[in-house]
Design a protein around this ligand. Structure first.
Ligand SMILES: *Cc1c(COP(=O)(O)O)cnc(C)c1O
Length: 417
């Protein structure tokens, strides 16, 4: 979806200066937008006792952004690897600020999660209760109901590698209690990028039903349920935004019903990534070739190594705006084009058969909604290196928060001569 007007205006007004100072391509994130969205989430759910958002680091693993989310919004972090744990700790997160939702976890990862102030362990398999070296007092399990919608990314539940089967939960909780656990949580995440709040609410209800049955059978007190991430953003123009008001109201009702039925009230944790930063990031690349083959192609100075979603997922879409050198949106009759990078793979396309006002060489293309799972998914295939990241501050200044990779970075891990 076209980015917020205020962001668009501030960005395009300074585009010539930005390009002169930093060059292209770059991802740029809007501090004001991220803070606004984060505050809205906190406000919507703030009256639910024990509510906390654990930002999924994988969506935008940049220390400057993580620092902002932790310091300004009080977010914790959802980590699944040692580098992600390290990033969370570098911005001051400790202990309960960190949810370690890993899968196929190694002993080294358990050790790292428990070191340095620890983390909340979210165990992804029944066998892990025995494998954690010293089970902490607080423990969470990831539940996979084996039914429900699912997505291509997370897999249909019965085929997905994540989580414990329903029939494994009770014995896992019992075993955790025998090993000293006293505080419990239950996690479930089936979908990502849901635009219909009912889908996420249905999934949370299923999580609460399962949690309720466990509470009754085991007599444990459930400290929290963790619904994971999954709140979607409208990537396509015309798509309706996720209705956070309706969702929050329904969530509150479900938690009230749980309290009435089971005599206790678990806190609510979320691990949203996309919804927090997605709409507040863009990528700018310059058109270097306008080419006519069997189709019209517009080639830019970035490749899918800088933004993989559209090339990787069949239905993924990132909206594109054509800007001239002054940062003014081009108008004029649309032409059908494929927007491409330089990787020697034909899925290196940012957009396919998209109607754009004829882009000229030297123009800039603005790719919308790259603030989550954008730069983060980048890779180096074909020697196409990852671009820089910039932060547009609330006060209007721009900081470089990650430099572009260089040839030296690319060669740094190789041994020769
Ligand atoms: C990817 C992921 C998230 C974030 O998902 P979004 O769709 O970006 O909100 C949260 N939790 C877990 C366990 C994940 O794998």
């Amino acid at each position: 979806m076209p980015i917020a007007d205020t962001f668009y205006q501030r960005l395009t007004a300074s585009l010539p200066t930005l390009v002169e100072r930093f060059g292209t391509p770059f991802h740029l994130y809007d501090e004001a937008g991220i803070l606004q969205t984060g505050r809205r989430l906190n406000r919507q759910f703030g009256d639910i006792p024990g509510f906390r958002e654990y930002f999924a680091i994988k969506a935008l693993p940049n220390l400057r952004i993580l620092d902002l989310l932790h310091r300004e919004l009080g977010f914790g972090f959802d980590c699944s690897s040692i580098p992600e744990l390290e990033m969370a700790r570098r911005v001051g997160a400790r202990g309960d600020d960190i949810m370690f939702t890993s899968n196929n976890t190694s002993q080294a990862e358990f050790a790292a999660a428990l070191a340095d102030g620890g983390a909340i362990l979210n165990l992804d398999d029944a066998s892990f209760v025995e494998k954690v070296p010293a089970l902490p007092k607080r423990i969470c399990f990831r539940f996979n109901p084996g039914e429900g919608t699912g997505t291509t990314v997370l897999g249909t539940p019965r085929e997905a590698k994540f989580g414990l089967r329903r029939d494994q939960l009770e014995s896992a909780f019992r075993r955790a209690r025998e090993r000293g656990a006293q505080h419990f949580g239950l996690h479930m995440m089936l979908v990502t990028n849901a635009l219909d709040w009912r889908v996420l609410h249905g999934s949370l209800q299923m999580l609460l039903d399962t949690a309720g049955a466990l509470v009754d059978r085991l007599g444990i007190s459930l400290e929290f349920v963790n619904m994971g991430g999954g709140i979607g953003i409208p990537y396509r123009p015309g798509e309706a935004a996720f209705d956070l008001d309706c969702f929050a109201a329904a969530v509150r009702e479900s938690l009230d019903a749980f309290t009435a039925r089971h005599g206790q009230r678990p806190g609510l944790l979320m691990e949203c990534g996309r919804a927090i930063t997605g709409p507040h990031g863009i990528m700018i690349a310059q058109v270097i070739n306008v080419m006519s083959k069997y189709r019209n192609f517009v080639g830019v100075d970035a490749s899918m190594s800088a933004l993989m979603r559209p090339g990787m997922y069949p239905h993924a879409y990132n909206h594109v705006t054509v800007l001239d050198r002054d940062g003014v949106a081009r108008s004029g009759p649309p032409v059908l084009v494929d927007v491409v990078g330089s990787v020697c793979e034909n899925n290196d396309k940012f957009a396919e058969q998209i109607a754009l006002p004829a882009p000229q060489e030297g123009d800039y293309l603005l790719f919308h909604d790259t603030g989550a799972h954008g730069h983060a998914m980048g890779f180096q295939y074909n020697g196409r290196l990852r671009p820089q990241e910039l932060l547009l501050r609330e006060n209007g200044t721009v900081e470089r928060i990650r430099r572009a990779e260089t040839l030296d970075d690319y060669l740094a891990t190789q041994m020769h001569g």
